[in-house]
Design a protein. Sequence first.
Length: 158
Amino acid sequence: MTHLLHEVKEELDWAARELAGVEKQFIEIEQNLRTELENGNGADLGELKRQYDEQKKALNINELHAILSRAARRFSLLSRVFEIGAANEKIEDIVELLMDGLLFRQSDTSEGADGAILQLAEALQCYFHVCLDDEGDQKVRDAWMEVQGILQQLGRKI
């Protein structure tokens, strides 16, 4: 596994841990509300609901779900890119598979996109079939960052 893929996996793991912690806090808030309602200590139901909603909002659970979702998409996409690079020795085959809807559709092509895909394919081919080293990892990283930037400009959520 390359350094780049490892970093993206760490991001995914972090997001999953954070979300698990927040979900635990969310459950505790719900249990506290339920206890307050059951005890009925004359508490104003509207006030309890307002406090509950404020506590939920403070947990930013929706934002964490979005972060986890984005991290999962990045990990999945990058894993597939690496799988293509590892499974194919010919640069042309790597390019074809990357361009076959995985990263770009035919309507997305441009000189910049085509060049970035070729650069990524060459970096993957070199990394997996010539030398698995830090220099190769850096070439893959640089090429991936270029492709990722183009995809984001096209509106893809990565």
